[in-house]
Design a protein around this ligand. Structure first.
Ligand code: NAI
Length: 328
């Protein structure tokens, strides 16, 4: 019989976990021929709630779900993992400074990065969803001794999907007509959704929109602040769309991007496009056989340059803070 793919999910009893686990167990990530073992990590006080989620997974009688691990020990959760979704993180509380937030997350992603390197398969595909996602990935990599830094990525796919949906609505097309969308930089309000290189029916989306002021003053902020708009409307942060984006990210990483298109992924910079080497920043990426490459050779115009630089600067300052805190 086929060995199951071992998928670890941290923060498994949270709201994204509740949207993600059932889709993983039903085979939506890798298809109907791949059995799934779920390795779920929670903090000790949430193990009771996690038991309830496991009961519901049982009650689905998913044909592909061969095994469930429930644990508060990261090394157990990441044992032999092929794929890891880092969802659990420390949320920003009212009045919390950014340094406090980064320090609290350092306490999570430092040890979890070390456990990942120790316990997971060396060619693991790991995605950090928990915020601040880019810098949490950087912290995890800082303690993932011996692990190839290319194995850990950060999620900007929700922003990418939001950018496609907003553009499709404006142009009266479907998302299927849109290719080569890019989110550059940080998963934060400084992110830059790039319509210059994005194509609609083979032509630049920037030209197809034909309204620079709308792009600068409406489109970009709408995409960048969509998370806050969801919280305002729903009274809770995006969960189903975040889980969906996490599946999109890992599926495309493992299965490959189609010819003539790319996706947005937070990956370790090699200095491409002036983004300082070592930062975990979102780039246009193509993927193949579980590997990613940053798309090379794009011309960066005067509209894009300061926006890419501003987000890279924010990432560099987050990195400086975690360095000062001794987290990397
Ligand atoms: P949630 O609060 O409902 O669930 C988080 C879960 O993580 C909780 O059950 C908590 O007990 C658990 N957790 C906390 N520390 C942990 C640790 N050290 N080990 C294991 N589990 C731990 O939050 P939700 O809505 O599921 O969101 C999770 C994260 O995803 C948040 O940081 C959120 O900001 C982020 N997010 C990121 C997005 C992106 O586009 N990158 C989009 C949406 C959310």
């Amino acid at each position: 019989s086929t060995q199951p793919v071992r998928i670890a999910v941290t923060g498994a009893a949270g709201q994204i976990g509740y949207s993600l686990l059932f889709r993983l167990a039903s085979g939506e990530l890798l298809g109907p021929d791949t059995p799934v073992a779920l390795q779920m990590l929670e903090v000790t006080p949430a193990l009771g709630a996690l038991e309830g989620v496991a009961m519901e997974l049982d009650d689905c009688a998913f044909p592909l779900l061969t095994e469930m691990v429930r644990t508060d020990d990261a090394e157990v959760a990441f044992g032999d993992a092929d794929i890891v979704f880092f969802v659990g993180a420390m949320p920003r509380k009212a009045g919390m400074e950014r340094a406090d937030l980064l320090e609290a997350n350092g306490g999570i992603f430092g040890p979890q990065g070390a456990a990942l390197a120790k316990a997971a398969k060396p060619d693991v595909n790991a995605l950090v969803v928990g915020n601040p996602a880019n810098t949490n990935a950087l912290i995890a990599l800082g303690s993932a001794e011996g692990l190839d830094p290319r194995r850990v990525t950060a999620m900007t796919r929700l922003d990418h999907n939001r950018a496609k949906a907003q553009l499709a609505a404006r142009l009266g097309v479907t998302v299927n007509d849109i290719t080569k969308m890019t989110i550059w930089g940080n998963h934060s309000t400084t992110q830059y959704p790039d319509l210059v290189h994005c194509e609609v029916g083979g032509r630049s989306a920037f030209d197809a929109v034909g309204d620079e002021a709308w792009i600068a003053d409406t489109y970009i902020p709408t995409v960048a602040k969509r998370g806050a708009a969801i919280i305002e409307a729903r009274g809770a942060s995006s969960a189903a769309s975040a889980a969906n984006a996490a599946i999109d990210h890992v599926r495309d990483w493992v299965k490959g991007t189609p010819e003539g298109d790319w996706v947005s992924m937070g990956v370790v910079s090699d200095g491409s496009y002036g983004v300082p080497e070592g930062l975990v920043s979102s780039f246009p990426c193509t993927t193949r056989d579980g590997e990613w490459e940053i798309v090379q050779g794009l011309d960066i115009d005067d509209f894009s340059r300061p926006r890419i630089d501003a987000s890279a600067e924010e990432l560099a300052s987050e990195r400086d803070t975690v360095r000062e805190l001794g987290l990397i």
